[in-house]
Design a protein around this ligand. Structure first.
Ligand code: NAD
Length: 237
């Protein structure tokens, strides 16, 4: 078997920063061949392939997936981590902000899942993990569009799990609590000592901790599909 076909191939969206970068690094260290897609791909990436694309753009995602398959081989695992965040009272969220939030978080998952599923089905197996948020479960004040988009992603995950389970594809979600990445601005209320003091763990999660949960679902959790694991330092119990 050639080196190209003996290694498992993973595609991580949002691999340029934070949780996605940590997932990509962890999978690489575990022997996966890892490709990334990001709006702002890091130039110094150690990934096998790093491509610039907006996950909200279905054509761009299809093109990127075709290139990954051509250069690295069939994709065994997809992790959909690309995303942005904003705190805005619901009455002030513009139509464009609602649309963009849904197009990136729900649309990005739809676009990347639909691009990788045909080959996974053809080969009889694969695994998809979507990064949702604990806000999809608990809701959040001033975060309606973000929480709604992340909740919709969970509905999609469960539906894909039901539709593709018999064809060997597992689909799960990881819904982290506040995690120490550039997504949370330095003055974010999620970083405030008064907020952290309310958490059972008294701290933010780390991206490598979220990455470990994703890696568990990809490598060991073969009994998990349609599942939502929420590592959140006790923010939602
Ligand atoms: P981050 O800002 O560090 O990384 C997000 C990455 O996604 C960036 O590299 C960015 O360029 C990329 N990206 C954003 N929009 C994109 C698009 N349309 N197309 C392609 N790439 C795009 O943030 P993070 O904290 O690592 O977030 C990763 C995921 O985890 C996001 O989906 C986020 O919503 C989710 N999440 C984060 C937290 C947290 O507290 N950090 C908590 C729960 C869920």
């Amino acid at each position: 078997m050639s080196a190209r076909t003996s290694r498992r191939v993973a595609l991580v969206t949002g691999a340029g920063s934070g949780i996605g970068a940590s997932i990509a690094a962890g999978l690489g260290a575990a022997g996966w061949t890892v490709a990334g897609i990001d709006l702002h791909p890091a130039p110094d990436t150690a990934l096998a392939l790093m491509l610039a694309a907006d996950v909200a753009d279905a054509d761009a995602v299809r093109t990127a997936v075709s290139r990954v398959e051509a250069e690295l081989g069939p994709i065994d695992a997809l992790v959909s981590a690309a995303g942005h965040y904003a705190i805005t009272p619901v009455a002030e969220i513009t139509h464009e902000q609602w649309t963009r939030m849904l197009r990136v978080h729900l649309g990005g998952l739809v676009n990347s899942a639909r691009a990788v599923l045909p080959s996974m089905v053809e080969r009889g197996g694969g695994s998809i993990v979507a990064i949702s948020s604990e806000l999809a479960i608990g809701g959040g004040e001033g975060e309606a569009h973000y929480a709604a988009a992340k909740g919709a992603a969970i509905g999609l995950v469960r539906s894909l799990a039901a539709e593709f389970g018999s064809r060997g594809v597992r689909v799960n979600a990881v819904a982290p609590g506040p995690t120490d990445t550039p997504l949370l601005a330095a003055d974010s209320p999620w970083r405030a000592p008064e907020y952290l003091a309310t958490l059972p763990a008294r701290r933010l999660g780390r991206p490598d901790e979220v990455a470990a949960v994703v890696q568990f679902l990809l490598e060991e959790g073969t009994f998990c599909t349609g599942e939502v694991l929420s590592p959140n330092c006790g923010a939602v119990i």
